[in-house]
Design a binder for this molecule. Structure first.
Ligand SMILES: CC(C)(COP(=O)(O)OP(=O)(O)OC[C@H]1O[C@@H](n2cnc3c(N)ncnc32)[C@H](O)[C@@H]1OP(=O)(O)O)[C@@H](O)C(=O)NCCC(=O)NCCS
Length: 157
């Protein structure tokens, strides 16, 4: 099945938990469930955006809210809707909104072997800030990336 474009983006709330759980199962080998997700749908703790196309949810982005910054916890698009610019557009929309709310900086951790995600983040202007060796349960390294962070800044010479 193909997914029609363009897609729409909307803020998700606690009532979208089941939708996010279904997307997690479709998109991740180790999906998050229940409280693991629900805590980040609480408005004071996190923020989430849903990607909708053809009347159904095809992706999401989930952030932890920090003072003056946000951490991207999860971003995913269903396999049948990938490589159509949906993740890039959803993240651009979310990052714009977060910056408008006083959170111009965004951090994230990513598996060093997740090439699609790394390419996506680079396309959005994220820069590598650090490496956490053997961070994941399978021994894979984590890269720490940032956007709008002083360490990742491109200005000032
Ligand atoms: C990573 C992911 C969210 C990308 O979603 P997407 O909607 O397909 O990404 P986009 O179409 O917006 O791609 C934007 C850019 O990212 C890069 N990119 C995305 N997928 C890529 C792939 N499979 N290989 C190489 N580059 C890729 C490209 O630079 C792409 O731009 P281009 O298509 O003009 O070349 C999707 O592959 C996914 O859901 N993966 C599983 C979940 C996951 O690993 N999430 C990240 C960790 S939380």
């Amino acid at each position: 099945m193909t997914v029609p474009v363009p897609a729409g983006f909307r803020r998700a709330g606690p009532h979208d938990l089941a939708l996010l759980e279904a997307l997690e199962v479709t998109c991740f080998e180790q999906p998050w469930h229940g409280r693991e997700l629900a805590v980040w749908l609480e408005p004071e703790r996190g923020a989430a955006w849903l990607v909708e196309s053809g009347g159904r949810a095809v992706g999401f982005a989930l952030f932890q809210l920090l003072p003056g910054a946000a951490e991207l916890l999860r971003v995913a698009v269903t396999p049948d809707a990938r490589r159509r610019g949906l993740a890039r557009a959803a993240l651009a929309e979310a990052l714009r909104s977060l910056a408008g709310d006083g959170r111009p900086t965004c951090y994230l951790e990513v598996r060093s072997g997740n090439r699609p995600a790394l390419a996506l983040y680079e396309a959005l202007g994220f820069r590598t800030l650090g490496l956490r060796r053997a961070y994941y349960e399978n021994g894979e390294d984590a890269l720490v990336l940032g956007r709008g962070a002083p360490e990742a800044g491109s200005g000032g010479g």
